[in-house]
Ligand binder design. Structure first.
Ligand code: F6R
Length: 246
């Protein structure tokens, strides 16, 4: 089931979700347990990551007991490529926290055996005890992770082709459409649905149409985010502009 939570703006949303994550980390670490977070890249979670960094600096929130799994990585980009999701995460989150390097997981975009890499990624998530809280954005195509339409509810971590709409959207960061990779390695829809809690973030009018489809359309491969309706604990954190078509 998807519940919708409206926030005055993306910064208030970031504060609320960061607080939820901080509570989860503190609660679990009190009983000696790790907290497993699923993380997204893109512009949407940036205020959330800034707030987590602030909580770490100003409130002493420790990430030593946190294990992370990112949703995806571009195929063909090395970890140290300026536009890799590994670089994005290092710059915007990891290098500012006390999270142990061994606890960070992002698919290897340079793998020469995607099936093996993706199978190992699924196994690592299982070995960590599954994802406690998955952070998601949503693409204009209805993708979650890089599960572009059509993506069935039972798809797993795998190599995928990016939709041209997604390549166009992401070309802003690359400066030139030709530089945007055509493929990626992404957690599957089934992998995402196994997270115990899901927090999807969407802000701004450009996301209103796809947010309304995700919430209101019958679940189908044509709009992969609709599969979230089958999740028992999924919250869409929206501002008024993103919620305007609901
Ligand atoms: C990123 C990811 C994508 C993005 C989506 C929205 O790791 O998996 O699904 O969340 O493309 O991107 P932004 O936030 O840039 O609009």
């Amino acid at each position: 089931m998807i519940s919708v939570r409206l926030h005055p703006d993306k910064h208030s949303a970031a504060q609320a979700i960061a607080r939820e994550i901080a509570d989860l980390i503190r609660l679990r670490s009190e009983s000696g347990k790790a907290t497993v977070l699923g993380l997204a890249t893109g512009s949407t979670p940036l205020p959330l990551y800034a707030e987590l960094v602030r909580l770490s600096r100003e409130e002493g929130l420790s990430f030593r007991s946190v294990v992370t799994f990112n949703l995806d990585e571009y195929a063909g980009l090395s970890a140290d490529h300026p536009q890799s999701y590994r670089t994005f995460m290092e710059e915007n989150l990891f290098r500012h926290l006390d999270i142990p390097a061994a606890n960070i997981h992002i698919p290897d975009g340079l793998t020469d055996d995607a099936a093996r890499e993706c199978g190992a990624y699924e196994a690592s998530i299982r070995a960590a005890g599954g994802i406690d809280l998955q952070v998601l954005g949503i693409g204009r195509t209805g993708h979650i992770g890089f599960n572009e339409p059509p993506s069935s509810a039972d798809c797993r971590t795998r190599r995928v082709h990016l939709d041209e709409v997604t390549r166009q959207d992401n070309s802003v960061v690359f400066g030139d459409l030709a530089q945007v990779p055509r493929g990626a390695l992404t957690m599957g829809v089934a992998t995402i649905l196994e997270a115990r809690r899901v927090a999807l973030l969407a802000f701004g009018a450009a996301k209103a149409g796809i947010v309304a489809r995700a919430v209101k359309e019958a679940p189908s491969a044509d709009c992969p985010a609709t599969w979230l309706q089958r999740h028992p604990d999924c919250v869409f954190h929206l501002d008024a502009a993103a919620a305007q078509s609901l």
